[in-house]
Design a protein. Sequence first.
Length: 318
Amino acid sequence: MLKQQQNLSGDDKAASQGFGRIDQDSLTTFDPITGIEQANSFFTTHGYVVLGACLDQHEIDHLNEFYDRTQNERPYSWGLKKNRKPHHQQQGLIFSQPLLDYPELDPYTKHPASFPTVARILGGEKHVRFSEFNFREAPQNAGIGAMNFHHDAVSADRFTRSPYMPCDWLCTIHYLTDVQPGTPAFCVVPKSNMYKSLQEAFDGLGDDYLEVPIYAPAGTCVLYDTAIFHTRLDGDGIQARRTWHQYYARGGWLPTDTRYVRPPTPVLTNWNLFPKRLALHPDPKTRLFFSHWNTAQCEWVASGFADHIRESMPRGNQ
């Protein structure tokens, strides 16, 4: 199921992923309601933060039922058919754009437990822009993927701007199943956002270089700066894991300590689409949240949200 990678980002003689400097003892978890300021401070220092119990059992059950239902209804979208796309091969199973056809997911886009911390990190709710929402699964017996440590989207001005925060893009990962040793786990390299490669982070951080797997129960939320290095740390290749990933961009123009004014964050991808009901929502705040359009979205809107335009795009029905 998983396409195995060679360890190119780290030391393949020391570990199958990264440099093998695993730290399972330094995990700090914050309360999403009472610990927003502490969580923001931790994020500013480390580039990630973990919030406990963000999803209640009803929400966990609902989203797992959604997985089961849509994998049966739309197996192609998940990558369950033989003609699997490259993004399916790297992730196991992934439903890239479930929001397009399932309004039942709309309330999750600003989840009341995790979104306040998202807003605090990005400089206030008025600066938060929706970018992407997807579901992923490393299914049972998926094997060993040995995904390389990597960062997601980055901005070159992160090396020179002052202050650094707010970050450019932010991702939240909500665990929908329990994650423990033996299970694939999200794994971060704290404080690695100012390095161009994992090797540079390893050399530059010295003794502070750590690879921190997030072992935590279903309902936990991990927030991370997309500039820090991270991976899906392999488990035993047998146990499964389900996760909901949501990405945010930063909107608005921000002053800095110099004459440089930071522009809004560029779009995260060139293929992601927002459904009409959200992109043209009657509420101005909701429209602003869903206003970070790429060219694909602009062309889809200009067509009147025509089905044939959506179907022509890389993940239009995935």
